[in-house]
Ligand binder design. Structure first.
Ligand SMILES: Cc1cc2nc3c(=O)[nH]c(=O)nc-3n(C[C@H](O)[C@H](O)[C@H](O)COP(=O)(O)OP(=O)(O)OC[C@H]3O[C@@H](n4cnc5c(N)ncnc54)[C@H](O)[C@@H]3O)c2cc1C
Length: 327
């Protein structure tokens, strides 16, 4: 099976999610059949070489200063002409903010199917097709989806759901330049009107520290307390579904089975009971600190440090504790 994946870049660096796509590709195909497509205004040469020596045996690079990183029609046109020439059986992308916008557009242009936000990819032993698993109906079922009649079989993959990559010791890949397609814009050239910091929650998947709130925060106005702690320690703010369903924080902040999967170095859970659906999205955090007034709350079973207490007493003390020290 020929597997290709779209390698996103930012500021000349290849995103971490790309190595997760590579880990999935290595599960699906032999190294000779794995290709990365890098579309970028510019990228560090060393970054490309690292990708090529990590198991991507063919790295295709379309690099031009005129490429706007957020330019969906151009990126889709490049992917389409790449697929017409290379003919991959499978094309993967990260379910990042950009991947979620680009892949439907590209799939529509290539008249093929797309499964968004997969958490598992396998090869069907009988048909050789890609089995694309993703939570559906609010996380109540895990749907296994196939694209039997169209190529490439396209999927975006939820960040942090990849298997642990095994070290790659094979031959380094080649780097081949792709030309820019001639007339990629059907609707005129897009231009960047303004750029802004990502909305709350979008940076969660990459956050090294997360402060997450549960229903124990009691009401929307109290979320400021958690936000102050998050700001103090340079953390992103996340939430349980209970909080999101009440409209206290947007869906982009939801962590768990039907939200995001996160793997931060530090996860501080405030007023979160620890339901299995929430744990599904955060239990692999490196250090979990839980604050809960109920000593029997299941969250304490996964916590490295448990604080039994009222979060409205504990959090102000934590904020004070992390106050920058004056000399
Ligand atoms: C199909 C499906 C998918 C789901 N997907 C998700 C998902 O993606 N993410 C998710 O989070 N949930 C998900 N859920 C919901 C999940 O089952 C739980 O209902 C939810 O995680 C509970 O959220 P919570 O911990 O905020 O609330 P609760 O379970 O109500 O817990 C609140 C906690 O706060 C504590 N508390 C109360 N007051 C204080 C205080 N003053 N100080 C300290 N602690 C206090 C309580 O002791 C309690 O443990 C899903 C459910 C289903 C059925």
């Amino acid at each position: 099976m020929k597997v290709a994946f779209f390698a996103e870049t930012a500021d000349g660096k290849i995103n971490r999610s790309v190595y997760e796509l590579l880990a999935w590709s290595r599960r699906l195909a032999v190294p000779e059949e794995i290709a990365a497509v890098v579309i970028t205004p510019s990228v560090d040469e060393a970054e490309l070489r690292r990708l090529a020596s990590s198991g991507a045996r063919h790295v295709f690079l379309c690099e031009a200063p005129s490429i706007d990183r957020a330019d969906i029609p151009v990126c889709a046109a490049i992917l389409r002409s790449f697929c017409a020439a290379y003919r991959p059986d499978v094309l993967l992308g990260a379910a990042s903010v950009f991947g979620r916008a680009l892949f439907p557009y590209a799939a529509m242009q290539m008249k093929t199917g797309l499964t968004a936000d997969c958490t598992m990819l396998e090869t069907d032993p009988e048909t050789g097709l890609l089995l694309q698993t993703r939570p559906a109906i609010g996380g109540n079922v895990m749907a296994v989806i196939k694209t039997p009649d169209r190529k490439p079989q396209m999927a975006t993959v939820r960040p942090r759901s990849a298997p642990e990559p095994t070290p790659y010791t094979g031959a380094a890949g080649t780097i081949t330049r792709l030309p820019l397609p001639e007339t990629p814009h059907a609707f005129g050239a897009p231009r960047t009107v303004s750029s802004a910091r990502l909305a709350l929650g979008e940076e969660l998947a990459d956050a090294r520290r997360i402060v997450a709130v549960g229903k124990g925060i009691k009401r929307e106005g109290n979320i400021d307390l958690a936000r102050r702690l998050a700001d103090r320690i340079g953390a992103a703010l996340g939430a349980t579904r209970e909080v999101v369903d009440r409209g206290w924080l947007p869906y982009s902040a939801q962590i768990g089975l039907s939200g995001k999967t996160v793997v931060p170095e530090l996860y501080i859970a405030l007023g979160i009971s620890g339901a299995v659906q929430h744990l599904a999205g955060m239990r692999t955090a490196q250090k979990i600190v839980a604050v809960n007034s109920d000593p029997d709350a299941p969250i304490f079973q996964v916590a490295d440090l448990g604080i039994v207490g009222d979060l409205f007493e504990v959090v102000p003390r934590l904020i004070k504790e992390f106050e920058p020290k004056r000399n």
